[in-house]
Design a protein around this ligand. Sequence first.
Ligand SMILES: [Zn+2]
Length: 172
Amino acid sequence: MGKVVDRSPELVERILKHYEMMDKGEWIRPNFSNDMQILYMRDRQTFSFLLFPELLEIGYQVGRLIGEKFIAPYLTGKTLPEIMESNLHFAGDHNYAHQEIVVAREDYAVYRNYECADCYGMPNIGMKICCYEAGTAAGCFEIPLGKHVVVTETKCCANGDDYCEFEVKVVE
Ligand SMILES: [Zn+2]
């Protein structure tokens, strides 16, 4: 999938520029701030997953690409615990969630997202829907590690839990 995106380098560059603008507090659009209510995103993705559960895997792969292209360049550290520590502030900085690392070893980790933008406050719909988050984490961890990483959401607010929890496994 990375190769498909590499055919549109201008898209990757433009989105990186937008992230830079956001970090500087500049507006991407001339007449609207970068703040937008989260229900646009939530409605679309939640009903997409409810109607077509097979999109969860696609969302995970899309997330991997986002993590690889837009998060990994900002991370530091060589080991999984170091890399996760350097990533910890992004979720909060971008109003996505409050993130907490529960376990961090060289080849295995667990982290939680509280008040997740994707699912907090949802009723139990029997689905763990934060596939973009799981994929993004996998993508941004595997680039600096140089190893394949699989991230699985094991708890989710849309599945009756109070927070989202993710298991990170480094695959040799
Ligand atoms: Zn979730």
